[in-house]
Ligand binder design. Structure first.
Ligand code: GDP
Ligand code: MN
Length: 377
């Protein structure tokens, strides 16, 4: 789970990492009032689960409350990488002398957390790795003995941080390490961590990913969960007990079991097609669930054909067929449907489908080739 900037910063603040003064706003008028309260320049920042908001125009500096209001109105009307901006953060404007990157994430090959620091922060980590790799330095953290101050000081010296700032740099890094452990984070980063004109550190931006497997013990984080856009459909899918992920292709597909769903998508790709989604309807699907799955596939307007791939075992063919027939009868499926069934009882079921004039296939390859032929007119 990814957290929004203001959520991450509220955690920073609980661990004594200095952040700019500021508040969340839901309207342009809110932004104006907050800006009056803060005085001076403010920064208006889109709160969406995406990086690179700055480049997308989602982070803007306002000189006075009137400008804050008009910029806020603009940003609240924006979409950043397909995400509608519903909230903005209004922070005091800061005089920046230097931007640094400071982050902890998991190094899977070392099986240890690492502390990553760049002397040239601000851009995203991929950019830093590409354009200024010599400024990116790291220390492996031994999870048993923890992060040592000397490791942090070593990084500070390697990015030429002025010596008088080292004690604060150590404090902030140790807080970050504490957050990483306490919150079961996969990544926690400050980018940029800035040195202000009056020589203090401030965490201007924060990003955090929490391990989903640990959410059960973090009620305080679960309450941050935002459901928006595509995720709404995915949350709806979870209610029925299946997993759905929307993709960019035009062949809607469903299978029983995640492995079979992946194999179906792979086969579509293999023959040159593009899956519109991943959908595992799970084991033992009832007709109602099959109908719900078809509704979900059809909610994506790019779908030109639907391919259903079922291997009958725990899931019974006849139940699936009932679901398909009732959806088709209710004319909820307005594109061709191709069904491939295998396993117990599949012959009878295939015959039922044929009688109802639904396309069937004996093998997955055959089903996929048929589906692709429909996408090519
Ligand atoms: P991101 O693009 O989503 O990572 O958003 P950030 O919060 O990191 O902001 C992007 C950039 O905007 C930062 O790297 C800064 O250069 C700039 N920025 C953010 N806040 C301020 C501020 O208070 N004052 C100034 N001068 N620049 C800021
Ligand atoms: Mn940033």
């Amino acid at each position: 789970m990814m957290l929004l900037e203001y959520q991450t910063k509220s955690i920073f603040s609980n661990y004594d990492i200095p952040i700019p003064r500021g508040r969340l706003a839901f309207s342009a008028l809110d932004a104006k009032l907050i800006s009056e309260e803060l005085r001076g320049q403010v920064v208006i920042k889109a709160q969406v689960l995406s990086s690179g908001r700055g480049k997308a125009g989602g982070v803007r500096l306002a000189k006075n409350p009137e400008e804050a209001e008009s910029l806020a109105a603009k940003i609240l009307g924006m979409e950043i990488r397909g995400l509608k901006v519903r909230k903005i953060l209004v922070d005091e404007g800061v005089d920046i002398r230097r931007e640094v990157y400071l982050g902890i994430s998991l190094d899977r090959s070392k099986r240890c957390p690492i502390l990553l620091v760049s002397g040239a922060g601000g851009g995203d980590i991929e950019e830093m790795a590409r354009y200024t790799p010599e400024k990116l330095v790291r220390e492996t953290i031994n999870p048993l003995t923890g992060l040592h101050d000397f490791q942090i000081n070593d990084l500070a010296s390697r990015i030429d941080l002025p010596r008088d700032l080292w004690p604060d740099f150590v404090k902030i890094s140790q807080s970050l390490w504490q957050i990483y452990q306490d919150k079961d984070a996969l990544t926690v980063e400050i980018n940029p961590l800035v040195i202000t004109a009056d020589n203090r550190f401030l965490a201007l931006d924060g990003k955090m990913y929490i391990d989903d497997n640990a959410l059960y013990r973090h009620a305080e984080i679960v309450q941050f969960k935002e459901i928006e856009g595509e995720e709404e459909i995915e949350a709806e899918a979870r209610k029925y007990g299946f997993s759905y992920v929307k993709l960019s292709g035009n062949i809607g597909c469903a299978a029983n079991g995640a492995g079979l769903a992946m194999a179906t998508m792979d086969t579509i790709q293999l023959w040159g097609g593009k899956p519109a989604n991943f959908l595992d309807i799970g084991g033992g699907a009832s007709p109602e669930r099959v109908t719900a799955a078809l509704d979900m596939i059809m909610s994506n307007s790019s779908v030109q054909v639907v391919l259903i791939n079922i291997i009958s075992a725990i899931t019974r063919c006849d139940e699936v067929v009932k679901g398909i027939l009732s959806s088709v009868k209710a004319s909820k499926v307005v594109v061709p449907v191709i069904v491939r069934l295998a396993g117990e009882n599949s012959e009878d079921c295939l015959n039922q489908l044929k009688e109802a004039k639904i396309l069937t296939a004996e093998s997955l390859n055959e089903a996929v080739k048929m589906a692709i032929s429909f996408t090519r007119g």
